[in-house]
Design a protein around this ligand. Structure first.
Ligand code: TMP
Length: 203
């Protein structure tokens, strides 16, 4: 059985908590699993991810973002995701190509067909079996992050984050079989339970 699960959402949606919860649950049941994260997940991806999030005084164009996120993804798919799926592990990724469609496509306004083609090249067509969208209002999500130092994306204005959110909701509506949309203002425990019910069915 091949099971590839991704988590998506805007800033402050609580993805990182939920990916860990799911990983923990699978581990407790002795189901082999691997947890990874974008941008990052490989030494190459970590370098570019840090730069894409924190570069200061450098002008990074939307097209450069598209290519670099996908360069990091190509490496992650080849080096980590594919081999682990092939060895029978459930692979969970905190963000994947839908992040690029939402942020660089809907958020930055790049041509959606170009984004799709680039994403496909990087992923070699590998699609998740399930994508969990943790949906939260932009105001609430950003408020959760306000206390921390803000990266290049978190510093974007409300309209940008609103476009990202709407982009995600559109992606989910267009492929409701793959996507599970969850109201992320619910308790962590409730969200983890909703995710688990769906994953259990897939297992
Ligand atoms: P995170 O590590 O807190 O999830 O931050 C990653 C940031 O990078 C987040 O603001 C979304 C952004 N991002 C993109 O813009 N495009 C992408 O393809 C990915 C993976 C992330």
């Amino acid at each position: 059985m091949v099971l590839f699960i991704t988590f998506e959402g805007g800033e402050g949606s609580g993805k990182s908590v939920q990916v860990k919860e799911l990983y923990k649950r699978l581990s407790q049941l002795a189901i082999p699993a691997l947890l990874t994260h974008e941008p990052g997940g490989t030494p190459f991806g970590k370098k570019f991810g840090r730069w894409l999030k924190w570069a200061q005084g450098t002008n990074i164009s939307p097209l450069t973002e598209l290519l670099l996120f996908n360069a990091s993804r190509a490496q992650l798919v080849t080096e980590v995701i594919q081999p682990n799926l092939e060895s029978g592990r459930v692979v969970i990724s905190d963000r994947y190509s839908d992040s690029t469609t939402a942020y660089q496509g809907y958020g930055r306004g790049l041509d959606l067909e170009m984004v799709k083609a680039t994403n496909n090249a990087a992923t070699q067509g590998l699609k998740p079996n399930l994508t969990v969208l943790l949906d939260i209002s932009t105001e609430k999500g950003l408020a959760r992050k306000r206390a921390k130092r803000q990266d290049r994306f978190e510093q974007e204005d409300m309209a940008f984050h609103q476009r990202v959110r709407e982009g995600y909701l559109k992606l989910a509506a267009d492929d409701s079989e793959r996507w599970l949309v969850i109201d992320a203002s619910q308790s962590k425990k409730k969200i983890a339970e909703i995710v688990w019910q769906r994953v259990r069915r897939l297992l």
